[in-house]
Design a protein around this ligand. Structure first.
Ligand SMILES: Cc1ncc(COP(=O)(O)O)c(C=O)c1O
Length: 413
């Protein structure tokens, strides 16, 4: 007897299936260490080993039973809530707190935050707006909840396509009387693109127009890669999006995976910001229940690590100097990558920094197969081929770009 799930998915194809491709690459690498694995969205050292923060290890060693085994508070507890706001907003927190109402809930990674946000602000058959180049999990989350997805071209002349955003948003607003959208910034996955402050102001102008029409907006600002941008500038964008009008509920999704290198421990946060306390009160009510029913409580060990690292000066200083090293590792790869794509005349989408970059190629599956035969792995997306600079040494990047240059010489149409 065939027993089928009531909510299921079509069988995944290779395009955008990061986990499947990553597993193929890992398997190959086990028998051949020369395999280039440009699929992993985590930071690796140039020697191919995972970039582990020693300061985090030291904190783990110091944890007592009470910090590890009991249930954690459902929403993360007061220390986590205060400290995560401090971490995410940095120098801008005081102003935001003075002018807005805020609430925080701890989640398993940024994914947990995105999941409950979409479930609670979009009904079945309502529409989520995202760019055409996106982290495929957004679409999977929407599908899981019976939410429709509408996309706009992320770029116009290699700049943020505000006109495309507005056109797609207007179509949704006209039909549904509300707008829910996700923007991943800075260091967007899969391109490495960062919006300018002007882009963020223009979004605000558009939302202001919606305010005049009494249209509510849920603006989900996914800052998963914020700590691989320079500290102050990455956070300036946050300062702008917190200033959107009273019709905008800004939901910031934070991921401790990338910032603290604790991917597998699953820690993040959903932060709600609005001018009206009653909007935030509603958020507090539903989010407490949502966390309880989805995952019970957050990961106690991850919470304890975060709380200790950010509140203890010695641990924090050690961590910050390691974070600087992690950033430099990535900045050096980025510099090299940008130099080489220019030299080899390889077309890419705008890349300012971060874990990923994407090659412009018409048939990304064809390029994927071509490179796979050379034991080089990246992820084919609909409109390009993604390389994870986070998991590739400079040597890997060089080898990969030489192969891609050859590919274009043979197949450029
Ligand atoms: C764009 C984007 N947002 C959010 C996340 C969430 O990551 P996590 O659930 O590990 O915090 C990721 C992870 O790859 C991502 O690429």
């Amino acid at each position: 007897m065939l027993i089928k799930a009531v909510r299921t998915f079509e069988k995944d194809q290779t395009k955008g299936d990061i986990t499947k491709i990553s597993n193929i690459a890992k398997e190959r690498k086990m028998s051949n260490p020369r395999v280039v694995d440009g699929t992993i969205g985590a930071l690796y050292n140039d020697d191919g080993h995972f970039f582990a923060f020693k300061s985090i290890d030291n904190v783990i060693d110091k944890l007592q039973d009470i910090d590890k085994y009991p249930y954690a508070p459902i929403n993360g507890g007061a220390i986590y809530q205060t400290q995560v706001l401090q971490w995410v907003f940095g120098p801008f927190l005081a102003r935001v707190v003075a002018e807005k109402h805020l609430a925080v809930c701890a989640t398993p990674g940024g994914t947990g935050a995105l999941s409950i946000a979409l479930y609670h602000y979009l009904d079945i058959n309502e529409t989520l707006l995202i760019p055409d180049l996106n982290w495929p999990v957004y679409e999977h989350l929407a599908k899981e909840f019976g939410i429709n997805v509408s996309t706009y071209h992320l770029f116009r002349d290699d700049c943020f396509n505000i006109e495309g955003f507005i056109e797609a948003a207007d179509a949704i607003v006209k039909k549904e009387g509300k707008l829910v959208t996700i923007i991943n910034n800075p260091n967007h996955n899969p391109t490495g693109f960062s919006m300018t402050y002007e882009d963020l102001y223009q979004l605000g102008d558009y939302f202001k127009r919606l305010e005049e029409e009494n249209i509510p907006v849920v603006f989900i600002y996914d800052v998963a890669y914020i700590d691989y941008w320079d500290y102050q500038n990455g956070r300036k964008g946050l300062n702008i999006v917190c200033d959107y009008g009273k019709n905008v509920l800004t939901l910031v999704t934070f991921s401790a995976s990338k910032s603290f290198g604790i991917y597998g421990m699953r820690l993040g946060a959903l932060i709600a910001i609005n001018q009206e306390e009653k909007v935030i009160e509603d958020f507090r009510t539903w989010s407490t229940v949502a966390c309880r029913t989805r995952w019970g409580t957050p990961n106690r060990i991850a919470l304890s690590i975060f709380n200790q690292i950010v509140t203890n000066k010695e641990d924090r200083d050690e961590f910050m100097s390691e974070l600087k090293k992690a950033q430099e590792l990535l900045f050096n790869r980025s510099d090299f990558f940008i130099r080489k794509v220019k030299e080899y005349n390889i077309p890419i989408y705008p890349y300012q920094g971060g874990f990923f970059a994407i090659i412009k190629v018409q048939d990304s599956l064809h390029l994927y197969e071509y490179l796979k035969d050379l034991d080089i792995f990246g992820v084919p997306f609909d409109s390009g081929f993604r390389l994870a600079l986070s998991s590739m040494s400079i040597k890997d990047i060089d080898k990969t770009l030489i192969a891609i240059r050859q590919y274009f010489e043979i197949y450029r149409m």
